[in-house]
Write a protein that binds this ligand. Structure first.
Ligand code: B16
Ligand code: MG
Length: 207
């Protein structure tokens, strides 16, 4: 029985893919490293640190930890600037009505995002105070597909993991949900995952 639903943020509630891409692309061009939208697609749900590692794999140069930190800072400053352009109109179709229906049905709702910018994004789209809990990149050590971000959300909500649904757009996120023993609902790219339990469309039929 589903008593709570944990929503991934980027790609589920709002699409920031293009903004991540543009910021990483600027960093990659500065470093003369090849980077394209296909590589960017593999970074969905993956932490900033892991994303940088994946991008720099194509570079023969060895980077120190200090240099890596500088590159992440460079990318994040560009990304944050671009986040200022998003508004409540960027909430992805159908999501607001799904969230409202869950609230009406007294189902708890949380955010489970790898992003350290999750609260800034939620503020931009007017949903900062909307959720019962926010678990994000600032309170986790391990990146999806590790289940930590979703287990922390469940614990903040005081709901057992097996009573939680997760809505995810990334393959790594669906894997994380299953590793957390939760019910995985897929949207976007994650519809191709063999591990998903249901499509997002089925969610409201199950609460
Ligand atoms: P940040 P999600 C993830 O958010 C993004 O999908 C991923 O592309 C990004 O690298 C990661 O957050 C970290 O983001 O640099 O803002 O901390 O999909 O888990 O909501
Ligand atoms: Mg996502």
């Amino acid at each position: 029985m589903i008593k709570a639903v944990i929503f991934d943020l980027d790609g589920v509630i709002v699409s920031t893919d293009e903004l991540h891409y543009k910021a990483w692309k600027k960093m990659a061009d500065k470093e003369n490293v090849y980077f394209d939208e296909k590589i960017n697609n593999n970074l969905r749900g993956i932490s900033r640190e892991k994303s940088l590692e994946i991008i720099l794999k194509l570079d023969s140069k060895k980077y120190s930890d200090e240099e890596k930190a500088q590159l992440m800072k460079y990318k994040n400053e560009i990304y944050i600037k671009s986040l200022k352009t998003i508004t409540p109109n960027d909430i992805l179709p159908k999501i607001k009505s799904i969230l409202n229906t869950l609230k009406e049905k007294k189902i708890k709702i949380a955010i489970g995002s790898s992003s350290k910018n999750a609260k800034l994004i939620l503020k931009q789209i007017g949903l900062l105070d909307y959720f019962d809990a926010i678990s994000d990149g600032t309170n986790i050590t391990f990146s999806k597909p590790h289940p930590e971000v979703f287990l922390k959300a469940a614990s903040m909500l005081h709901v057992s993991p097996s009573n939680c649904g997760v809505v995810e757009d990334a393959l790594s996120g669906i894997e994380a949900a299953k590793n957390a023993n939760m019910v995985a609902f897929a949207t976007g790219d994650a519809l191709h995952s063999n591990l998903k339990d249901y499509d997002l469309e089925s969610l409201l039929l199950m609460v």
